[in-house]
Design a protein around this ligand. Structure first.
Ligand code: HEC
Length: 248
């Protein structure tokens, strides 16, 4: 019987089951709103300015972003395209693949088109705000959610210098382990903490949109579908009254 409980839980809470693997660390709520076009526009800009140098988003075309977020092809060219790419092309990183393989000690920057779907918005939001200073790492940074991550902390200027709060655990046999309990903002960045969170929220919102661009159309369709249902209910009710009037 117990097993059925687990299966039922997995069906009802698939996200909770899949989200495991983050050291059991609780995730912060991203609180994104993908109907907020201005936020998605800011997110798209942040993405091309800060992430596309290493990561690709090869399922996303530049002009599709323009169509969905209200930019002309000319605006898309000016805002989003750094190199020679045409507006009809997909977002491919400028970094050569063989260089990427060696640059980060074997950790290859994955394509980010669908990462919001595989990881979830809350995971991304927490991950991008969980980098801290760790001189033992080749990049000088570590991440509380993604231990020994190969990615450098791209937003350290904006977020500020974040240090780990640690304690030492002595294992039997004399081995010692440093455990990170929390993160502490040692030196403020160019943004206030709430401004930094808002910036990451914009970026994650864009990544969620990118994971399934059609969801914007669906959102726009929602009110029409509901309106139709309401109208249909009224008509059905009036019809029912009409039919049953003579029966009573
Ligand atoms: C200097 C190169 C570089 C830049 C710039 C960069 N990343 Fe990364 N990123 C990496 C590497 C390398 C990894 C692989 C880490 C590993 O596997 O240890 C990675 C991993 C990730 C992951 C984890 C993916 C997964 O599911 O495992 C996410 C999410 C991510 N990056 C998002 C971003 C975002 C968003 C930006 C822009 C704000 C960005 N990255 C900018 C190099 C970069």
């Amino acid at each position: 019987m117990k097993r059925f409980g687990w299966i039922a839980a997995a069906l009802v809470f698939p996200a909770a089951v899949m989200a495991g693997g983050g050291h059991g660390m609780p995730l912060d709520k991203a609180g994104i709103d993908i109907s907020d076009t201005a936020s998605l526009q800011r997110g798209a800009q942040l993405f091309v300015d800060n992430c596309l140098s290493c990561h690709s988003a090869k399922y996303m075309r530049y002009n599709r972003i323009g169509q969905d977020l209200g930019w002309t092809d000319e605006e898309v060219k000016q805002r989003l395209i750094k190199g020679e790419a045409k507006v009809g092309e997909t977002m491919v990183s400028a970094m050569p693949a063989d260089y990427a393989k060696t640059a980060f000690n074997g950790a290859v920057p994955p394509d980010l088109s669908l990462t919001a779907r595989s990881r979830g918005a809350d995971w991304l939001y927490t991950y991008l705000r969980s980098f801290y200073v760790d001189p033992a790492r080749p990049t000088g940074a570590n991440n509380l959610l993604f231990k020994d991550v190969g990615m450098p902390n791209v937003f350290w200027r904006e977020q500020g210098v974040v240090m780990p709060v640690t304690h030492e655990v002595a294992h039997e046999g004399g081995a010692k382990e440093i455990v990170v309990d929390a993160l502490r903002l040692e030196q403020p960045g160019t943004l206030k903490p709430e401004e930094f969170d808002a910036m990451i929220r914009d970026l994650v919102g864009f990544m969620v949109y990118m994971g399934e661009p059609a969801q914007l159309k669906r959102l726009g369709l929602g009110p029409w579908v509901l309106g139709f249902l309401v109208l249909f209910f009224v008509i059905a009710y009036l019809l029912k009254k009409e039919y049953w009037r003579d029966v009573k």
